[in-house]
Design a protein around this ligand. Structure first.
Ligand code: NAP
Length: 280
């Protein structure tokens, strides 16, 4: 049976490290504040915002919640972002997605000061990532890397295959793995024979949003499998990996829930700390 790569354990191990970094910032007189922009009445966004408020409170980090109604104008949202960008007390901005349909989300995202862009969504931060520079990078791919680090799995020289190429997950996961000296293949919906490519992976990242599609025959014996997918199926939360059968073949695998998702929220706190340190 595969080793379980436990996201909650990984997040718990990071907590004292984050507290120490926060203490150092405070000692230097630099307070950290998170701004959350929530437009509309999406239930998942509300739940995520409430969860992040609680997480931040646990670290003594003040949160400024900017709430806008579902019929907010794009100009008003852009003005909110502008105000937060210009407010020295605000360290980072978390923009809840999706935005109401009439808003040009890309325009609002690009308005965020890249140095306050906690989710690493701006083109400026995507460019920094692609160019091998420091910046603020998407939290979920960083959660994957944090899990690997926590369990002492070094991607250096390994074959990594990432299933999915989105700007928030698959794409940056591939770039971070490449930075860590893995040899990376990215598969997407046009890839031919994804199963054969997946079977070559020492590290397989599943980020397609297709429930339980990674089956045991797609996994090399002993491979490390990171399951990013989150889907609701028949009242259950499942990942992209058919966990029970893959766990018979893989060397290590993240569960869903309790895997990558549990570390993603910790990475939001880390981004905030990084943003504050970069400013200092
Ligand atoms: P997305 O934007 O829909 O991207 C899905 C990607 O998968 C696309 O690149 C798509 O290819 C590719 N894909 C689809 N079918 C495929 C197939 N059969 N074989 C290979 N690739 C295929 O989704 P996302 O935002 O990246 O999210 C992916 C999953 O992660 C979702 O389940 C989401 O809920 C979950 N998620 C989890 C966390 C977490 O914290 N754990 C955070 C964010 C998202 P094309 O580019 O060709 O369309």
């Amino acid at each position: 049976m595969a080793q379980i790569l436990d996201g909650r354990e990984t997040a718990a191990a990071l907590e004292p490290v984050f507290r120490a970094r926060l203490a150092a910032l405070r000692e230097a007189g630099r307070e950290v504040t998170l701004a959350i922009v929530l437009a509309g009445d999406s239930r998942p966004s509300e739940m995520y915002a409430a969860f992040m408020q609680k997480q931040a409170a646990g670290y003594g980090i003040p949160v400024r919640l900017v709430r806008e109604p579902a019929d907010v104008t794009e100009a008003a949202l852009l003005a909110d972002i502008e105000t937060l960008n210009g407010d020295d007390a605000v360290t980072g901005i978390l923009l809840m997605m999706p935005l109401p349909a009439h808003i040009d989300a890309e325009r609002v995202v690009e308005a965020i000061d890249p140095d306050k862009d906690i989710d690493g969504l701006t083109t400026a931060n995507a460019g920094r990532l692609a160019a091998g520079k420091d910046g603020l990078f998407p939290c979920t791919p960083r959660a994957c890397m944090a899990i690997l680090r926590h369990y002492g799995i070094d991607p250096d020289g390994k074959r990594a295959v990432v299933l999915g190429r989105s700007n928030v997950v698959g794409g940056p996961a591939a770039q971070l793995l490449q930075r860590a000296n893995a040899t990376v293949t990215v598969c997407h919906s046009h890839t031919r024979d994804t199963a054969a490519l997946a079977r070559e992976a020492d590290i397989l990242v599943a980020a397609m949003g297709r429930p339980e599609t990674v089956t045991a025959d797609m996994v090399k014996p002993g491979a490390v499998v990171l399951d990013v997918g989150i889907s609701r199926v028949g009242g259950r939360t499942v990942g992209d990996v058919a966990y029970d059968e893959v766990a018979q073949v893989a060397g290590a695998v993240t569960p869903v829930p309790g895997g990558v998702g549990s570390v993603t929220t910790a990475m939001v706190i880390e981004s905030l700390i990084t943003a504050a340190e970069r400013r200092a």
